[in-house]
Write a protein that binds this ligand. Sequence first.
Ligand code: 2BA
Length: 161
Amino acid sequence: MIDAAVEQLLRQDPKSYVIPAEVVANVTATNTLEHALMVLSKVGYTRIPVLAPDDHLQGLLALSDVTDNLLRVPGAAVENLNQILVSDVMRPVTHWVDDPTKLEKILNLLVDEPFLPLVDDQMIFQGIITRREILKRVNYLAHNLNRQYTVTPKMIDTPAN
Ligand code: 2BA
């Protein structure tokens, strides 16, 4: 369980740590890997969501999924990637959240995941919650806890004489 005071401070403004869908780089499952490589190179992110035309979250695509295919055939050119679709290589989404205020789950999952997709109850993509945005909130907490709460240690160590 997260301490109530910590949770209250971390989720003071859940919107502040959700990157909305409109600004999240993505590809669709029917895009070719050539197109996906262009998108990944342009945005600079190593892993992005794969969406259906109706914005359903379908999977995740990592840069390494594309380069693995490129390097599989010695001497292959980037044009060869237009024979392969994102749907052929994308990874399933194993972790996501449907409520940005579920901080316990979010903090636990972000230990191992660089970001978590946020979806509605129909799996329609709403945005992402990244490690960076959550760390910004943790930083805020670290600097503001004692402005809003009185924090006193339960036990005070007295140095031995
Ligand atoms: P990565 O692409 O592996 O990026 C790891 C961290 O490197 C990012 O952490 C960010 O601090 C920095 N970074 C990488 N590329 C960047 C860029 N083009 N502009 C600014 N910073 C960049 P987080 O910000 O915590 O993001 C964690 C992961 O979330 C990223 O992992 C990426 O997979 C995804 N992500 C973040 N913002 C995204 C966006 N707008 N569109 C698509 N995916 C995004």
